[in-house]
Design a protein around this ligand. Structure first.
Ligand code: HEC
Ligand code: HEC
Ligand code: HEC
Ligand code: HEC
Ligand code: HEC
Length: 184
């Protein structure tokens, strides 16, 4: 076997490997990128909460109405999230052994609110009144998606200006496109 033979067979071997290795690397890269995008993306639209609170369990399985917990949605600009004492109203006796409920007891003992991470948030220079929208007969799901199926809340709407304005146009909301309606 002379030198050039070896180099040819090495080149041959490389030629065989190149394509699978290339595909492999691209695949890996895609996978890693996909993962990073997902982490970046979902941590924003579907953040992991301090307690694994599931709307599916509460709303779909146990038929607790949205308004039982988000009691201000039709009365004030913000819908609000229930207090620890509201949770305790049931969890003093329900699922007391669950590790997630133990976390709830910790907040209760320390008399601290649960630091829920906001999923929906418009900038401060935007005026969004929940009350007006609920009174107009809109369902929560039109803006928030099928929350009752979610084990972790995921934001389904962009909350960007065109999202607001398009619906106002479609529903012919009076002054619905005027800057001052949403920017006070
Ligand atoms: C009206 C009653 C009620 C209220 C109010 C309530 N829950 Fe629940 N919760 C339940 C029921 C019923 C279950 C299902 C228990 C089961 O299947 O064992 C449950 C289950 C849970 C679970 C899953 C427990 C497990 O590991 O199996 C968590 C966590 C939880 N609730 C947290 C909360 C938090 C936090 C609040 C307040 C924001 C809250 N709950 C308010 C009734 C309630
Ligand atoms: C048992 C109490 C309870 C009930 C019933 C309930 N929620 Fe919630 N909801 C919570 C809690 C606690 C949070 C904050 C933690 C989280 O985001 O999961 C929350 C969060 C949310 C959020 C996200 C808030 C944000 O940060 O942007 C939306 C939207 C929402 N709920 C809508 C609904 C709708 C719609 C229903 C009825 C289909 C409903 N909820 C029923 C307790 C409840
Ligand atoms: C027209 C669209 C729309 C409808 C209908 C709607 N929401 Fe919202 N919701 C929003 C927007 C936009 C925000 C973000 C508000 C902010 O950042 O000030 C939000 C925020 C929330 C929050 C977070 C806490 C807060 O008050 O900011 C909860 C909880 C919530 N909505 C629950 C509900 C429930 C329950 C219903 C039905 C009774 C409902 N929403 C109906 C658009 C809507
Ligand atoms: C799914 C449709 C829909 C979406 C999305 C929506 N709106 Fe509305 N909005 C309405 C309707 C319908 C009314 C009229 C309520 C009434 O007649 O009182 C309204 C009314 C309003 C009003 C009161 C108008 C007035 O004359 O005082 C404000 C402010 C407002 N919306 C802000 C927003 C903002 C900000 C967003 C986005 C973050 C938004 N809306 C998204 C349907 C929508
Ligand atoms: C129906 C509600 C609504 C109306 C009407 C509306 N806006 Fe907005 N606007 C929003 C919301 C929500 C945001 C924040 C989300 C975003 O940046 O898209 C916003 C953001 C903005 C921003 C900041 C953009 C950025 O990139 O930071 C400007 C500037 C603005 N609006 C100007 C206007 C002007 C000018 C008008 C009138 C021609 C107007 N808006 C009408 C809801 C509205």
């Amino acid at each position: 076997m002379n030198k050039s033979d070896t180099s040819i067979s090495v080149r041959d071997a490389l030629a065989h490997f190149k394509i699978p290795v290339f595909i492999g690397l691209v695949g890996m890269g895609g996978f890693v990128l996909g993962y990073l995008v997902q982490v970046e993306f979902y941590s924003d639209i579907s953040p992991v909460q301090p307690i694994a609170f599931s709307h599916r369990i509460h709303v779909s399985q146990n038929e607790i109405p949205c308004m039982y917990c988000h009691a201000h949605a039709d009365k004030t600009p913000s819908a609000g999230v229930p207090s620890v004492s509201k949770c305790m109203g049931c969890h003093k006796v329900i699922a007391t052994d669950s590790p997630e409920i133990q976390k709830l007891y910790e907040y209760w003992k320390k008399q601290e609110p649960i630091p829920w991470i906001k999923v929906h948030d418009v900038p401060d220079f935007v005026h969004f009144p929940h009350k007006r929208h609920i009174k107009a007969g809109l369902e929560c799901q039109q803006c928030h998606g099928p929350v009752e199926t979610m084990d972790r809340v995921t934001r389904v709407s962009s909350l960007k200006m065109p999202w607001c304005v398009d619906c106002h146009t479609e529903r012919q909301v009076e002054n619905g496109r005027d800057c001052w309606t949403c920017h006070k």
